[in-house]
Ligand binder design. Structure first.
Ligand code: BQF
Length: 284
């Protein structure tokens, strides 16, 4: 039997804190704003953008949505980012990924001012994370860390295994665990003996992108299992990268999907936007 870590509850606490600080900023004449760019009509992206706008309204931020047609050119997108970079009322800018095939994600990320880069995808912010001198943390890994802290799980000296090596989740996740003195292993599609390596983990983060990939036999008794995946199972039901049914009886802690890491991603975006507003107004 494991303790289920509720991202719903923890994210509500984070948002409450952001709401409070937002009020304080407003009293000082600073009104935090987030610009969200979405290109095309991917239904999952639409849901995520709506979640972000809702969260902004909830904590008291202004949000602006820029919904561009799928045929938008690279030049048009970069021109919009330029305009937003120069717009004082916009403190945070994010461009919802993935972009349509013909657009260059790397160029788009590079175009966002690092001081407004609330996703922390810009190379300058990625570099800052590497050396531990950062303004913003990438939302999903930061959300996972927040869940670990909220459950009172100690990272220092623990064996941490991250499955997945994306720039958005796996790599920065490993770095954050390392900053807290975890002994970190990154596994990926070419890893041999994956099961054996996972079975050693005190803290196991699944960011593979495959439904129910992590099964009970891959988990050490009492381990903390954090599930970053958002997938659909064979019945079209939302599920994570972790097979909850077989892992839950073995794990010490486990995050559910939905209601685990997902809501934390959104809450950490709010935290970054608040930070951006402070930074741009010389208050941090
Ligand atoms: C929940 C995302 C893959 C690729 C791009 C709450 C979200 C999801 C789930 C959400 C995600 C995933 C986001 C739940 C934003 C997380 O209750 O479990 C919120 O909105 N997310 C994104 O912006 O881009 C993605 C996953």
């Amino acid at each position: 039997m494991s303790k289920i870590i509720s991202g719903k509850e923890v994210s509500a606490q984070v948002r409450e804190q952001v709401r409070k600080e937002c009020e304080e900023l407003k009293a000082k004449g600073v009104d935090p704003g987030l610009a969200v760019i979405i290109v095309g009509d991917d239904p999952a992206s639409r849901v995520y953008v709506n979640n972000k706008k809702k969260a902004c309204a909830d904590v008291g931020f202004v949000s602006e949505e820029y919904a561009l047609p799928a045929e938008t050119t690279q030049e048009e997108l970069l021109a919009l980012i330029d305009t937003l970079n120069s717009k004082p009322s916009v403190n945070g800018i994010l461009c919802q990924l993935p972009l349509p095939e013909h657009l260059d994600e790397k160029a788009v990320i590079n175009a966002i001012s690092p001081l407004k880069d609330v996703d922390a995808f810009h190379p300058s912010n990625v570099g800052r994370i590497m050396i531990g001198d950062y303004h913003f943390l990438p939302c999903t890994p930061a959300g996972v860390m927040e869940l670990i802290h909220s459950a009172g799980i100690e990272v220092s000296g623990k064996s941490c295994v991250v499955i997945g090596r994306s720039n958005i989740v796996g790599k920065p996740m490993a770095m954050l665990l390392l900053h807290e003195n975890g002994t970190v292993t990154i596994c990926h599609s070419r890893t041999k003996n994956l099961t054996e390596i996972c079975r050693e983990a005190d803290i196991l983060v699944a960011a593979v992108g495959r439904p129910k990939f992590v099964t009970g036999d891959m988990v050490k008794e009492g381990a903390a299992v954090l599930d970053v995946g958002i997938n659909r199972d064979e019945n079209g039901k939302l599920c994570g990268d972790v097979d909850f049914e077989s892992v839950e009886p073995k794990a010490g802690f486990i995050t559910p999907v939905p209601g685990g890491v997902g809501p934390m991603t959104i809450a950490m975006l709010m935290k970054n936007t608040l930070k951006a507003a402070k930074l741009q107004n010389g208050m941090d």
